[in-house]
Ligand binder design. Structure first.
Ligand code: BG6
Length: 483
């Protein structure tokens, strides 16, 4: 579309935000009654993370959250999205609540509100209690649904008086594909397609029942889950590439978003899964619950980093690879695909980051437009950002590349808004530097540099605002009018 004469500013009340996740920032991994999560164990398996980095200390947000919130206030941030560590609330995943864990998040929430920052809570950002993994294999068992809803309901009842914005699951598509197909996240399974789809069904049920539990308690709350959306462009005008894109969309994107928004799986995807004998098992009543929850979500959460290309992939073509660039050495990722359907080659028209992620600001607009056309839901951009090598020089960090990246994405986001997309919030990833799960501390995303070594627990952990911090501060102050 070519919309003319628009207001330069973003909508009034637009939530300019930034995001993080508990395991990636908090540290204090065994303090104040916290139990162990699957990530606390997984990072200790040799070869799983870049230079064996862990979140034991992370960037010590647990002890420095007041300093971090003061910086958010200085920046003028309107919302801060963060996740709760399930094991701080229920060290064993269920049973007795750990009041010290509740108290930590009470302090954080109150500190944010006292500084005019809207808290946005992610209920689950991957750190499942190890106790539930040990007892019944975590997400693999249907038992997880009740334990999840019990945990989520505890958060709703203890924090819902002050927190209105809730994201139930972070990137269900990523933690399940990395956990059950690629072996790169806990529990480290490879190519277990049947379990992958069953685990996803359990996660959908946990999401759906949590949405309903929240609305029963706080009807005015705003809720959704965050999907890692990598929209696809067809490689060529060949009909087989158009079909490859459609297959990719149904199996890699709509498979999740349709369930959140419509409460049902895409028909073609289910037909494909049935023919492979990997379709999920439903219990009586599941369909109705998924549908009811879909009618109750308020937005589609979107974590947007990159687009992809869909090209027809012959039956003997490439499959899923776990050769992913976790070192920052360009060109070390391999093409992924599903034999007989699609593969995702490089986009020759786009530049990439040092970790081989395509840089595509227009893709963000494309993502918003696609969601708006298909679901007509408001959108929360819950993550978007650039992972890069940053350097501290004479007490300063100059990161013009990050400013350029974010600015370009915001310009496209504003076009999407002008074209009718209802975007409620934009959260960059991330506020401070933090642990990148598989890439250690050298892949930095923050507005605030944290002085810590990339692969060992040393450094002052001092906070140093980067140039991008001041750029975002000005962007917020001018409500995006001068991008
Ligand atoms: C998303 C996650 O996948 O992208 C974040 O929700 C993550 O937790 C972010 O850190 C960036 O990914 P990565 O692999 O570069 O850390």
């Amino acid at each position: 579309m070519l919309i003319k004469d628009t207001n330069k500013e973003f909508p009034k009340d637009f939530l300019w935000g930034s995001a993080s996740a508990a395991y990636q920032v908090e540290g204090a991994w065994d303090e104040d009654g916290k139990g162990r999560s699957v990530w606390d164990e997984f990072v200790r398996i040799p070869g799983k993370t870049f230079k064996a980095t862990t979140g034991d200390k992370a960037v010590d947000h647990y002890h420095r959250f007041e300093e971090d919130v003061a910086l958010m206030k200085e920046m003028g941030l309107k919302t801060y999205r963060f996740s709760i560590a399930w094991t701080r609330i229920f060290p064993n995943g269920k049973g007795e609540v750990n009041e010290e864990g509740i108290a930590f998040y009470d302090r954080l929430i109150n500190e944010l509100i006292n500084n005019d920052i809207t808290p946005m809570i992610t209920v689950f950002h991957w750190d499942l209690p190890q106790a539930l993994q040990d007892e019944y294999n975590g997400w693999e068992s249907r038992k997880i649904v009740d334990d999840f809803v019990n945990y989520a309901s505890m958060l709703f009842s203890r924090f819902g008086d002050r927190v209105k914005h809730w994201i139930i699951l972070n990137e269900q598509n990523v933690f399940t594909s990395h956990g059950w197909l690629m072996g790169m996240h806990p529990p480290g399974k490879v190519q277990d397609m049947k379990m992958f789809y069953q685990v996803n069904h359990h996660a959908f049920m946990a999401h759906a029942k949590s949405v309903l539990a929240l609305k029963a308690l706080w009807p005015d709350a705003l809720v959704g889950s965050s999907f890692a959306f990598g929209p696809a462009y067809a490689k060529s005008e060949k009909p087989e590439d158009a079909m490859a894109k459609m297959d990719y969309d149904d199996l890699q994107s709509y498979y999740w978003m349709d369930v959140y928004a419509y409460g049902r799986y895409p028909r073609a995807a289910l037909a494909q899964l049935k023919s492979m004998n990997v379709a999920p098992h439903f219990e009586a009543g599941d369909e109705e619950i998924l549908k009811l929850a879909a009618q109750n979500i308020d937005f589609m959460g979107v974590n947007y980093y990159q687009t992809t290309v869909a090209e027809y992939n012959p039956v003997d073509g490439v499959g899923m690879s776990n050769k992913v660039n976790t070192t920052g050495k360009k060109g070390t990722s391999e093409v992924q695909g599903m034999p007989g359907l699609y593969k995702n080659p490089k986009n020759e028209f786009l530049k990439t980051t040092d970790w081989d992620w395509t840089i595509d600001p227009e893709g963000l607009r494309f993502a918003c437009r696609d969601i708006t056309s298909r679901y007509d839901l408001p959108i929360v951009i819950s993550e978007n950002g650039l992972g890069a090598f940053d350097h501290l020089e004479n007490g300063k960090v100059h990161d013009p590349y990050r400013i350029e990246y974010l600015k370009a994405h915001l310009i496209e986001l504003k076009k999407a808004i002008d074209e009718g997309c209802r975007v409620l919030a934009y959260c960059t990833w991330s506020f401070t530097d933090l642990l990148s799960w598989l890439n250690g501390y050298q892949k930095r995303y923050g507005f605030v540099f944290v002085d810590r070594e990339e692969d060992e627990e040393s450094g002052t952990l001092n906070r140093i605002p980067k140039d991008s911090f001041y750029w975002y501060q000005y962007t917020i102050k001018t409500n995006g009018a001068e991008l």
